[in-house]
Write a protein that binds this ligand. Sequence first.
Ligand code: PEP
Ligand code: MG
Length: 590
Amino acid sequence: MARAVLHGIAVSTGIAIGKGFFLNRGPVSVRHELVPLDNVEAEAARLSEALARVAADFEQARDQLPAELKGYIDLLNSHLLICTDPKLGDEAARHIREQRMNAEWALEESITVIVESFSRLPSPYIRDRIEDVRMVADRILQRMGGNAPPPATGKERGILLAYDLTPADAMGIVPSRVFSFAVEQGGKTSHTGILGRSLRIPAVVGVSGLGDEARSGDLIIVDGLRGQILVDPDEEELAEYTQLQAQFEEYEKSIRAHALLPAETEDGQRVAVLANIESAAEAKAMLASGGEGVGLVRTEFGYITRISLPTEEELYAEYAALAAALAPRKVTFRTLDLGGDKIFSGRKKLDEINPALGMRAIRYCLRHQDIFRTQLRAILRASAQGNVALMFPLISGLGELRLAKSILNEAKQELSADNIPFDADMPVGIMVELPAAVLVADALAKEVDFFSIGTNDLIQYSLGVDRGNRHVAYLNQPLHPAVVRSIKQVVDMAHKEGISVCVCGEMAADPYCLPILLGMPVDELSLAPQSIPAIKHFIRRSSGQSCASLLTHALSAPTVHSINNMARQSVYRRFPEDVTFFVSQLDADM
Ligand code: PEP
Ligand code: MG
């Protein structure tokens, strides 16, 4: 028996077996102790050793960054600067020597002084560095608490274990060194999970007890099919999982072999299968996976890894290169969706009690119109290639839509006045992610070119379930009657106005949800490149007619339990040999 078998939520398929290392173990509590006089020098040495090691970790991470993550270099350099700043080390050493504080306490004291002095400065740029100082301090404290850094050399590879990963942490994962991860926090559609899929590595989130049960250096099995973590498995478990890993890889290979075939049901229903990507680096993977275009570029990931705001030229270069690489296929840029669990490291986090209901997405852009305009101009300029679409996230109603569109129109006028080319007919859509938008979908459909349903947020806001909270993950049910009926209403309203509907939340990658979505019928699905071959495989073996009749039953079903059962039965019946090999958002039935 393994030393521990822990349960979590599988968010990225596959099996990984290897050595685990902790990046962090959750909020660090600082011990306050007085050091005996003759230990003072040893304590000061412990602190400077931790500082040097963390600086070396940052240096190494920076030097080994792959080209596509180069935006991360600024951030790592600034962390390195904080770490080597004499104000930090010298002050803390003084506290140890003069007041005999232990190293952690001394560090905490000097951090408090730095943060206070930063907060008094008039420059918003410096004030925004406070979060970075805190983050670096946490790393140093973790180091003093015995957490190992990522594997030391480019050759050594491992499984990353953490209490939590911020999107910026996750973007810093170098796939050549990290081949899987497990985290204690996070829910079914948290951005950590989404990034796991975009990195195409097995990942499990919401793993209770991970920090207590596992240690850096333990042999770990990440079961990204069933959502389990085995700590220190025995021989028998190891053999069983090695075999399952081989079977999974074989299955994946067979599915990928047909990835380029069209997505059409047995009875001829066509659905476009597009990709969700975070950066241009994924364009190649999406083409190889059989993606027919990009339904969602999560542009915020180009911001959260930077230390300062990107310029219009930088954004334009990035967007135009992506559009050119994929032409004539469509590339849909979503305007900045910052806030919620996506925090911009170059800006101070707002003091919000409830960020999911706060200043995020389109609200943030309408508040910071300078940032918004810069991005709109860059997208418009990239649209000159003729294959670009744009959409606004988290629209709640016509007022917000009209305001966003009026700023877009101003940007168009500015470009025209300067003779800068753009596509005057670029399709403009919205993401339907709020119950409010569902209820006024008829009015919204008259003023946009397409809808894209963000089911991750639509589920979060319709069912009142924080998408990143593992404690309520069991309530995050994509086939809840309220969700199914909402999607149906949005599809009907869109089709009545002759506009298309895409589903771009994680639900689009879930084979159990597929028959319901095909039954609506949605026009496009947009999902992580990793999941495209499997979804196309299921589409090709589905019947559009059976999906429509399944949906009719689902629409009159009173409980999520009954819809889940219908969906499961239909998948078991058609694809009995596939069910072991994919992850689904369906689990508990309430
Ligand atoms: C969604 O909410 O479903 C979506 C696709 O957007 P994001 O996951 O980036 O919030
Ligand atoms: Mg969303």
